[in-house]
Write a protein that binds this ligand. Structure first.
Ligand code: NG1
Length: 490
């Protein structure tokens, strides 16, 4: 642990911890923000920590980055790969162990009021949408895997990942709190195990997410994207072109994962499960040998042509679970239950109009292929091809998976018109951010053009309810290079 006073001195530019603190801070930025900014930010977090917990004299720090996914959307929970990078925006947690089981959290942002709870094997969640639920999610899963009763901590959180923007601020928070709890309880967990664990843990908040966000926040490497495979989790670093930036452009349409977007997300999960059941039926060979397909990933080694032939046999129109059970020829009761019950305990409502299976499966399988092609394009330095694949991915997300919005589509078009080699929505969708691939020396002109066309012209005209004038544009549009994953001090 480090003395609060020594940390404060180092953040002011002096004292015995200066070198180690500056080295730690520098892992937090990738050129778009400077050391001065990080010092000011950490100083504010330390001041807030000391104000809330004046008796704590020694602390530890962890930082966990947000991410942008370059390609591979809604593939992770289907067992197909993704290709994200960690970004320079992160969650910082300054913390100190307690003797009891209490977790006391304060936040430097007024949007997130203090939260306190006790760690136990069954922590009751706050109401949906409460930021404290992400900390509870971490505490509950960490307790689940520990043989002893975990002790709590006093902690201050300071994040600069814009929330509701598809940049995974929620998983960065989950990883930050879990990392801190692991430290104060001397739990030695491999990062890969922790990533799998926290993917499961975050389902506490009610979304049946895959494992991309937690994995990249923990395992990211500077200058590399990570191709992540699932079940089991496996990561392979992929170099990205050094003279290009990934520019994040927030549509400013909030993708709140605690509300309607969560229901839409979970519905996609059920649609994919239904796809698995129906494909298993149509692919069962003439000898009636069942293929035992459990995930869409089970079809990943099929050629594109064979995948398309299989998809062609799925019903064109949306299907109800009753209709699907009839097609497959199995009893309805158990089938409905296994499809609609999520692992976090939520039950998905069946839409009156039925589930759109065919187009969802078409997106997921084609997106899985695009990730493989995108990795090959990067490895061979074919940036134009990589950009084309980003554009195709967006098209598939918008048309088949229906996770875009008119604003996000308009922003993608504006990005391409402003000089991006490729542009697409990133993350769960339903609003959130677009990621654009832009050559470094073209970034300033690109940013001016998008600011003018989208933030000054399009958005105020189309969405009078979105207060662009009070948004800090540096938080809405910023270039990124791949950053490192979780860091701790000492
Ligand atoms: P975001 O954008 O952070 O809500 C979600 C899931 C990912 C992945 C993407 C879509 C969580 C925590 N994250 O990300 O696992 O499925 O959507 O590719 O649910």
């Amino acid at each position: 642990m480090i003395e609060v006073k020594d940390l404060a001195k180092a953040l002011q530019g002096g004292g015995k911890l200066l070198d180690s603190v500056e080295q730690f801070l520098s892992s937090s930025y990738c050129g778009s923000s400077d050391l001065r900014y990080q010092r000011a930010r950490y100083s504010a977090a330390l001041a807030r920590f000391s104000e809330a917990f004046p008796d704590a004299k020694k602390v530890m720090i962890a930082r966990t980055p947000g991410r942008v996914n370059l390609i591979g959307e809604h593939t992770d929970y289907n067992g197909l790969p993704v290709l994200p990078i960690a970004i320079c925006r992160d969650v910082v947690i300054i913390f100190s162990p307690r003797k009891d089981r209490r977790v006391n959290l304060v936040n430097t942002s007024i949007w997130f009021p203090p939260r306190s709870f006790d760690i136990s094997g069954r922590i009751r969640p706050y109401a949906a949408g409460n930021w404290g639920n992400y900390a509870k999610a971490s505490a509950q899963i960490m307790q689940e895997v520990s043989r002893k009763a975990l002790i709590g901590m006093d902690a201050c959180i300071c994040g600069d990942i814009p929330f509701g923007s598809g940049l995974s601020s929620s998983s960065a928070l989950v990883v930050a709190v879990a990392t801190a709890l692991a430290q104060v309880n001397n739990m030695a967990l491999e990062k890969r195990d922790m990533a799998e664990l926290l993917a499961r843990g975050e389902r506490y908040v009610g979304t049946e997410g895959g494992g991309m966000d937690q994995a990249i926040s923990l395992l990211a490497e500077p200058k590399k994207a990570l191709k992540i495979d699932f079940f089991p989790l496996n990561v392979s670093p992929v170099s990205v072109p050094e003279d290009y930036s990934f520019v994040v452009c927030n549509s400013l349409i909030a993708a709140e994962k605690s509300g309607a977007a969560r229901d839409e997300y979970n519905r996609r999960v059920v649609e994919c499960r239904l796809g698995v059941a129906l494909l298993d039926h149509v692919l069962t060979d003439r000898a009636r040998t069942a293929r035992n397909l459990t995930m869409l990933a089970g079809l990943k080694n099929m050629s594109v042509e064979r995948q398309m032939t299989a998809i062609d046999q799925l019903p064109d129109k949306p299907v109800s679970i009753k209709e699907a059970a009839k097609i497959i020829g199995i009893p309805l009761g158990k089938f409905r239950e296994t499809l609609l019950n999520l692992r976090g305990g939520e039950v998905v409502k069946e839409p009156r109009s039925g589930f759109k299976v065919k187009q969802r499966v078409r997106h997921v399988l084609s997106e899985g292929k695009r990730v493989e092609q995108a990795v090959r394009a990067l490895e061979s330095g074919n940036i134009t091809r990589f950009g084309e694949l980003m554009n195709q991915s967006h098209e598939s997300c918008a048309r088949d998976y229906e996770i875009s919005t008119p604003e996000v589509d308009a922003l993608v078009d504006i990005c391409l018109d402003s000089g991006a080699v490729g542009a697409r929505l990133t993350g769960a969708g339903f609003g959130g951010s677009v990621i654009a691939l832009v050559q470094d020396n073209a970034v300033p002109d690109f940013v001016s053009s998008v600011v003018e066309q989208y933030y000054h012209q399009y958005l105020p005209k189309e969405r009078k309810d979105t207060p662009v004038s009070i948004v800090c544009l540096e938080d809405a549009i910023f270039p990124c290079k791949p950053c490192s994953g979780v860091g701790t001090l000492p």
